[in-house]
Design a binder for this molecule. Sequence first.
Ligand code: PDD
Length: 290
Amino acid sequence: MSHIAYVNGRYLPQRLAQVNIEDRGYQFADGVYEVMCIWNGVPADYAAHVVRLNRSLKELRMAAPASDGALRLIIQEVVRRNLVEKGTVYIQVNRGVSPRAHPFPSPNVKPSLIVTAKHGAGPPESVAEAGVKVIALPDLRWKRCDIKTVGLLPNTLAKQAASEAKAFEALLHLDGTVTEASSSNAWMVTPDKTIVTHPTTNSILGGVTRATVIKIARDAGYEVEERAFTLKEALKAKEVFLTGTTTFVMPVVQIDEQTVANGSPGTIALDLRQRYRAYMDSLTEAAWNA
Ligand code: PDD
């Protein structure tokens, strides 16, 4: 089936969907994006993704390409036209098309809006049941990782290194302090069973899944602490896991050549994974309004 993409006002077969070569997203990575999970035809945490998109736009002083209402209709239409039951929606907003020059173009230049959809959500269950390996790498990114920009080169380099090491993810650290992973947030469980994840500072992306999992964990009675932790602590942790829109909750069983605890997925990570899955299964059409 040919995928249908939305590009600046038109729904097109994806192979015909094009952007201008002078789009600033292309020339300066002057754009922001969101990835949402569609589960049983409805989005997970729709409102939180829109809030983050609007925040990213505001931080970069970029105009919104559409009202929240119009954006919702476009996303719903892309999901519908692509018959997505379980998958992802990708939304990208670039500052727009203008002859290449570093300063912002005139305010008359309209931002570009691209929405695409993909089938398939989350890694196979067997991957989570076995747990994954990660590699530790220095975090080479800029100082505004809280903005979800398309400037992802350090992330792609880290993910490629992970891939070449047959690892699922790269755990990024700044001088030994774990920030997050290349496309997911990082967590550990201390020996006294406190769940720890980096606070939402400029050093990490405030993950939508991260926020949902914090709530799910607290509601289930777990102690959750938002504080930075070191790679050393992670190596001695009871459990390590990752969260993200395309990851859900993923137990980590190995960091570089060292196993985490006894090398099998942690019970808390697996419990949170199940609870997150139950939350996804409970979503209804109302999720669009959330
Ligand atoms: N990435 N940290 C980084 C650097 C990310 O790129 C992502 C998501 C996350 C998790 O955020 P969320 O729970 O909101 O998905 C954390 C998306 C999925 C991507 O780039 O494809």
